[in-house]
Structure formats: structure tokens, C-alpha cells
Design a protein around this ligand. Structure first.
Ligand code: ADP
Length: 766
């Protein structure tokens, strides 16, 4: 065993250590996660490299010739770099398996093999002389170095990018360990590329080992030691030691200078006196230094007991949820310098189905800096997060939700919601053993994590919040209920009013119907009585008979008309009014409607003019129905305009509409008594008539002769069935000044395609 030098021992020991590391990884993580798998593979490759190198040096592996051994390190280094890159991607949870990188790695290895075997007819070899130590820097070496640099660069780039994007201190701390692992493993490869000398081999082995240890620590440990805090402690220690040394030296020199000339000067005595003085001064000085250093590195220095006192006195009497949230989060933020935070109220709802475990409804109350984006959410009672917050009675960090195996089953929707809150820590609040809320606190201004003592303080503060939150929640519920009752009351009042109106309309209808039907019925009865008597007395002449039957016919027609009106209204009500559409001219429809009223217009001495209708395009319309509608509007105009007045019917194209929804507008205007503003809409309602129904005189064209109050309802039904609109305009109602009224009708040139098919029967051509 004369070959047993330091290099060999280090290789063998490192190889054994890697075996132990692999064992630890498999025991802690199994082979479940990709990061763990890559790390295992990485350690196995390193272990093999070290063992092969070490054992072959002992001369035990004779079949491994120098030529083969010389290949092991270069290829191994490249494979390690490629593995580290993939391990980093998986550790940083970058999306996708990185097929591109795998492809590049394979191509690179293939290129190296090709170059090495001079397949690309390059005469030199990767390794000349005695193994890689004597490597000449040829093309092959450069290709190897470039490949290594690309893979390590890729890993470094991914790590840096993820670190800068990540704002949560716990995640950043985790990534910081990855930087360490990356730095150590890269440094481990440097001796091979830069100073190929066998003496540096142990250094390289040690660096790789440190790298793997850092990576294994970061991968296997959930609660990683805080690097910032470690640095702070080291700084504290360094600064205070330095200070003590400086103080001691300076005081010693000063004392010596001052007392040297004094008789009986004894350096020992001076030394002891100074040591005494320093030991008295040192503790307060150390405290001061600690405070200064921690202020320098973190900024937040607060007293837990004072915070607790202030907190409990401030929130005790608050009954308003929002105020409670603002004060609670405000006080915490003041102490710990938190960027934002909010209070969430939790309501549990039992599951309705069999075996359903229920839900927690989470409602955010504005806190500080997180006003918007507090979207309410629901957590299933089986969710691991709900389970933790209900049971554990200790704060939960977002880092835990992201990485701890306990939260692996959290649904993606819940995960997304928590991530969206942008909080670092969730502090649950309990009252009477029930989980009733939580504080979601954002990152600290200092960029520090929430340390354990702070989490304990936060739990205590949350306990203080419980009573106030319970009270505020009750008050809030009460307020919401009062608001609901108020709203219901208003709805009830509205419904009552509507009912009264409908009731009134119904009784009006009965009055009107009996009033309307009675006249023609009386006529029928009278004519038939006269007819009977004349037949009995044998006095019925042909002329008298004709007159009587004409009277009977007229009365029957009126009855039919009233019944038709009611049927129309029923059809409009049930939306079963059927239209038969043809391409029709508005002008001819209106004129034929006017024709029916010529006699009445003459009788009442009214002038009716029709303008601008000839130029309108044909529209697709139900001739009979539109004529019925215009006829009714003209009849109304006649009825509500005093003798000698004017009626004007005009039309125009609506210019601004798109070609596919071109419309025409027709206005029927009169110089009559007009309509009061509050009646402009109501007159279209069923049975609505302005004024007392029984004061109306019945008659088709008499001034103010009323109908059953259904005409405009039918008119609107017809226009709307055509896809159009109808409305009334008037300066007001006045029987003396007669401000007049206008009825506007807008009809589409083409029927709207959205019209229900059962209402429109569209026939093309005439
Ligand atoms: P009616 O069968 O009573 O005429 P309508 O539905 O046609 O019922 O009209 C409802 C009410 O609208 C009428 O009672 C009347 O008061 C008012 N009204 C309708 N047209 C006019 C008009 N041109 N001028 C003034 N008032 C009108």
C-alpha cells in the first residue's frame, strides 16, 4: 500500500461520504421528487468518480487503464454540470422538463466523443500525455470547457432570475443555499480546467463535497437556517470582538503613557484594573453594538412587551370590523414594519350532502395596503390548509404552503388564491376553540423573514384579537341583517304599491268592461224587444225590419270589437301574438288607417295631414296589425283633441343606424289636451286611463270618449312584436291650453333576427 497518499485517501473517503449522503436522501425523500432523484444521481456520479479514482490508484482495478481513467474526469465534469442544471430547474420549480437542455447535453457529449475519436478528422486528442493533468488546450478541450460553461451558466442564470423575481424571504433564503451549492460545485471543477495538477485534486473533491452537502441541506430540510441572520450574528461577533480588542489595546497604551513615569508603576496592576473596568463596561457596550448592527442589517427593532400592551389596549373596545382590521394590522406593521396586511373573517358552513365535510368561507376586511384584491374565497374543510389553521394554533407561512409535503394535496385554486394574497404569513385567530379568522401579513420592509419569536408574538396578538373580532363579527352580522330587513321592507312597500295599483286596475277593468259591454247589450235587448213586439202586433214593415236588424248588427259588431280587444291583450300578455310579415309601404298602411276615420274627422271638424311617408322604404310588417295600431293612435288623437284641432302624421328615416338595423320613425302628433309627464309611460299599461273611469263618456270618437284602456297596450304589443319601440311625448296635460301630444313609433326596416320564431311568420314577396 505504498500508493496510499493524501489524494487517494481523500478520494476514497469522499466516495464513502457520497454513499452516506445518497442513503440519507433516499431515507428522507425516497425517490419521489425530481430534485431528490437528480441529487441522488449527482451524488452517485461523484461517488463513482471518486471511488474509481481512489481505488485505481491503489492498483486494485487493473482493467482500468490510464487511457480509460483519463476519460473519466472530463466526461464526468460535463455530465455533472448537465445534471446540476436540471437539478436547479427542478429545485427552482421552473416549468417544463427542459427537453432543450437534455438535447443540447446529448449533442455536446456526442460531439466530444466524435472529436475524441478524431471522427471529425481533427488530429489532436482531448487528452495528451499523462491523463487530463497533462491536457493540452486543443479544440476538444475548448469544446468541453464551453459545454461546461454553458450548463453551469444556465444553472446560474435560472437561479439568479428566480431569486430576483422572488420576494419572500424564506424562498430567497432557500435559493441562497442553492447559490452556495452552485458556487462550491463550480469551484470544484475549476482546478481541472485552470490548474491541472494532481495536488489540487483533494481541493476539488472537498469543494464538490461541500456543494453536494449544501444542495442536500437545501433539498432535504424545510426549515433552513437563515443565512442573513447567520451573517448578522457573525458581524455582531466580529464587530464586538474588534471593539473589545481596540478598547483594551487603546486603554492599555494610554494607561502606560500616563502612569509610566509614576513611582511604583506596575504594568500588571494597570492590566488588572483595565480588565476590571472593561468587564464592567463590556456588557452594555456589547448590547449597544448588537443593536447598532441589527439596525444596520434589518432596521426593525421593537419591544415585544410594549407592542403587546399597546395592541391589547387599542383593540379592546373596537366593534367595527374594518376599524379592527386597520388598527390590528396597523399596530403589527408599526412594530415589525410589514408592507401590507389584512384581516380575514372565517365562517363555517356545514356540508349539505351525505359525507360532505363542509366549507370555510373566508372574507377579507380591508387592512393596510391591501384594499383591493381581497377576493372572498372558500376552503374545503378537507383542505390541508384549513386543517392546519384549524388544528395547529400556530402561524402558517406561505413558504410552508408552497413547499411543505403536508400541503402537497392543496388544490390549485386554493393555492392560487393564497399566492394572490401576496402574504408571507397567516396567523389564525380562535374564539371558544373555533377558528374564526386570520391575519394575512405581507413581507417586511427589511426583507427579513418572520423569526420564531415574532411568530410567537403574532400568535399572542392573534389571541388578543379573538374577543374583539368575535364582537365585531356579531355587530357586523347584525348590521347586515338590519340592512337586509330594510331592503326587504322597501321591496314589500313597493310590492304593496304595485298590488294596490293592480287591484285598482282590475276593479277598473270590471267597471270598464261592464260599462263598455252594457251599451251594445242594451241595444241588442231593446232592438230584439221592439222586433218581438212588432212581430206580435204584426206591424213589422220591411223598412222598419231593415233598420232594426242594422241596429242589431252594429251592436253585435261593437261586442265583437270589445271581445277582440281583450283577446289581443291576452295574446300580447302571453307573447303569442302572431305576425304575418310582408314587405309593406308605411305610407299605404297609414293612409288606409286614416281612411277609416274620415267621417269622424269631418264630424269633429279636425284636420289631418300626412307628410314624408312616401319617401320611406318598404318595411317588413304585418299590414293588418300595423293598420290596427295606427288606427288606434289616430282614434286617440281624435278623441283627445277638441273640435277644430289638427292631427299631423309624419315620418323619417333614422340616418345614424347601421344598414342591417335601419329603422323608420313615424310620429302621430295632435293639438289635443296632452298628457301629464307622470302618465307618459303609464298610459301604455293595461286598463290605465287618465282620470276617473266613470267620468269618461263612451264613444268611439267623441271628445274625451274613453275606451277600455287597452288600446295603447295593444299598440305597444304590436310595435314590440315588430322589433320596434313606441313612446309618448307631451308638454303636459291641460284641457284649456291644449299643449298637444306626440306618439313616436320606431320600426326596423328588416325584422330583428333575434325575434322568437313563433311570433314572426316571415313570408317573402307579396
Ligand atoms: P282608451 O281605450 O281609454 O283610449 P288607451 O290605452 O288608448 O285607452 O289610452 C290610455 C289613456 O291615454 C287614455 O285614457 C288617455 O287618457 C290617454 N291618451 C291616449 N292618447 C292620448 C292623446 N293623443 N292625447 C291625450 N291623452 C291620450
Amino acid at each position: 500500500m505504498d500508493n496510499l497518499d493524501l489524494t487517494t485517501i481523500v478520494s476514497i473517503v469522499a466516495g464513502i461520504l457520497y454513499l452516506l449522503i445518497v442513503g440519507a436522501i433516499l431515507r428522507r425523500r425516497g425517490f419521489r421528487e425530481w430534485t431528490g432523484r437528480f441529487l441522488t444521481l449527482y451524488a452517485v456520479v461523484l461517488c463513482l468518480l471518486e471511488l474509481v479514482r481512489g481505488i485505481s490508484r491503489l492498483g486494485w482495478l487493473a482493467f482500468l487503464t490510464d487511457a480509460i481513467l483519463a476519460q473519466v474526469v472530463p466526461y464526468g465534469t460535463l455530465v455533472l454540470a448537465l445534471l446540476f442544471l436540471h437539478m436547479s430547474r427542478s429545485f427552482l420549480r421552473l416549468k417544463g422538463p427542459g427537453w432543450g437542455w437534455w438535447g443540447l447535453g446529448l449533442v455536446w457529449l456526442a460531439a466530444l466523443v466524435a472529436l475524441e475519436n478524431s471522427l471529425l478528422s481533427l488530429p489532436e486528442s482531448l487528452l495528451l500525455g499523462s491523463g487530463w493533468l497533462g491536457a493540452s488546450r486543443g479544440t476538444t478541450f475548448d469544446v468541453l470547457l464551453l459545454g461546461w460553461a454553458i450548463f453551469v451558466g444556465g444553472a446560474a442564470f435560472s437561479t439568479i432570475i428566480t431569486f430576483t423575481r422572488m420576494h419572500q424571504p424564506l424562498h430567497r433564503n432557500r435559493i441562497a443555499y442553492w447559490f452556495l451549492a452552485l458556487a462550491f460545485t463550480s469551484a470544484g471543477a475549476v482546478p481541472f480546467f485552470a490548474v491541472p495538477d494532481v495536488r489540487y485534486e483533494p481541493l476539488s473533491s472537498g469543494l464538490y463535497l461541500l456543494g453536494v452537502l449544501s444542495a442536500a441541506y437545501a433539498v432535504l430540510t424545510h426549515r433552513l437556517f437563515d443565512i442573513r441572520q447567520a451573517m448578522r450574528r457573525i458581524m455582531n461577533y466580529l464587530v464586538s470582538t474588534l471593539l473589545a480588542v481596540l478598547l483594551y489595546t487603546a486603554s492599555f497604551l494610554v494607561a502606560r503613557y500616563l502612569f509610566q513615569t509614576m513611582p511604583g508603576y506596575n504594568p500588571w496592576l494597570i492590566g488588572v484594573a483595565l480588565a476590571l473596568l472593561l468587564s464592567i463596561l463590556f456588557d452594555p457596550l456589547l448590547q449597544l453594538v448588537r443593536r447598532l448592527v441589527s439596525r444596520l442589517f434589518s432596521g426593525a427593532v421593537y419591544s415585544a412587551s410594549r407592542t403587546l400592551r399597546e395592541y391589547s389596549t387599542s383593540i379592546g373596545n373596537i366593534l367595527d370590523l374594518e376599524q379592527l382590521a386597520t388598527v390590528a394590522v396597523g399596530l403589527i406593521s408599526e412594530a415589525m414594519e410589514v408592507r401590507h396586511g389584512s384581516l380575514f373573517v372565517v365562517h363555517f358552513e356545514e356540508g349539505k350532502g351525505e359525507g360532505e365535510s363542509g366549507y370555510f368561507h373566508l372574507r377579507g376586511v380591508r387592512g393596510m395596503g391591501a384594499g383591493e384584491g381581497l377576493i372572498p374565497s372558500t376552503l374545503s374543510a378537507e383542505s390541508p390548509v384549513a386543517d392546519y389553521l384549524r388544528q395547529e394554533r400556530s402561524p402558517l407561512t406561505q413558504y410552508d404552503i408552497d413547499l411543505h409535503p403536508r400541503f402537497r394535496e392543496v388544490s390549485s385554486a386554493e393555492r392560487e388564491w393564497f399566492t394572490g394574497l401576496n402574504a408571507d404569513v397567516y396567523v389564525p385567530i380562535y374564539a371558544k376553540g373555533e377558528w374564526i379568522g386570520f391575519l394575512a401579513l405581507g413581507p417586511k420592509r427589511s426583507g427579513d423573514r418572520y423569526f420564531d419569536d415574532e411568530l410567537t408574538l403574532l400568535s399572542t396578538l392573534a389571541d388578543q384579537t379573538a374577543v374583539a373580532l368575535e364582537n365585531a363579527r356579531l355587530v357586523d352580522d347584525l348590521r347586515a341583517r338590519t340592512r337586509e330587513i330594510e331592503r326587504l321592507n322597501e321591496d314589500l312597500a313597493r310590492a304593496n304599491l304595485e298590488l294596490t295599483r293592480v287591484g285598482q286596475a282590475k276593479s277598473d277593468f270590471i267597471d270598464i268592461a261592464s260599462h263598455e259591454l252594457r251599451t251594445p247589450l242594451t241595444q241588442v235587448r231593446s232592438y230584439s224587444d221592439i222586433l218581438k213586439e212588432m212581430i206580435e202586433t204584426d206591424s213589422l214593415s220591411a223598412k222598419g225590419g231593415t233598420k232594426l236588424t242594422q241596429g242589431l248588427k252594429k251592436a253585435a259588431e261593437r261586442l265583437e270589437e270589445i271581445i277582440n280587444t281583450m283577446v289581443d291583450v291576452a295574446q300580447i300578455d302571453t307573447e303569442t301574438l302572431e305576425l304575418t310579415l310582408f314587405s309593406e309601404s308605411v305610407d299605404s298602411i297609414v293612409k288606409s288607417a286614416v281612411d277609416t276615420w274620415t267621417t269622424a274627422l269631418e264630424e269633429r271638424n279636425l284636420t289631418l295631414t300626412v307628410e314624408g311617408l312616401e319617401s320611406l322604404p318598404s318595411i317588413s310588417a304585418d299590414y293588418k296589425r300595423l293598420k290596427q295600431m295606427f288606427s288606434h293612435l289616430i282614434q286617440n288623437a281624435i278623441k283627445y283633441t277638441p273640435d277644430g284641432g289638427q292631427i299631423r302624421i309624419s315620418g323619417r328615416m333614422l340616418e345614424w343606424t347601421l344598414p342591417q338595423d335601419q329603422s323608420v320613425e313615424i310620429v302621430v302628433a295632435d293639438t289635443g289636451i296632452g298628457i301629464a309627464p307622470e302618465d307618459l309611460e303609464r298610459i301604455f299599461e293595461k286598463f290605465y286611463r287618465v282620470g276617473d273611469v266613470l267620468l269618461h263618456s263612451t264613444g268611439k270618437t267623441k271628445f274625451k270618449g274613453a275606451g277600455p284602456g287597452l288600446g295603447l297596450t295593444i299598440a305597444r304589443g304590436i310595435v314590440e312584436a315588430h322589433g320596434g319601440r313606441i313612446w309618448a311625448e307631451s308638454a303636459g296635460h291641460d284641457e284649456k291650453t291644449c299643449p298637444g301630444g306626440e306618439f313616436h313609433i320606431v320600426l326596423p326596416v328588416q325584422p330583428r333576427s333575434s325575434e322568437p320564431e313563433n311570433r314572426v311568420v316571415f313570408l317573402t314577396g307579396q
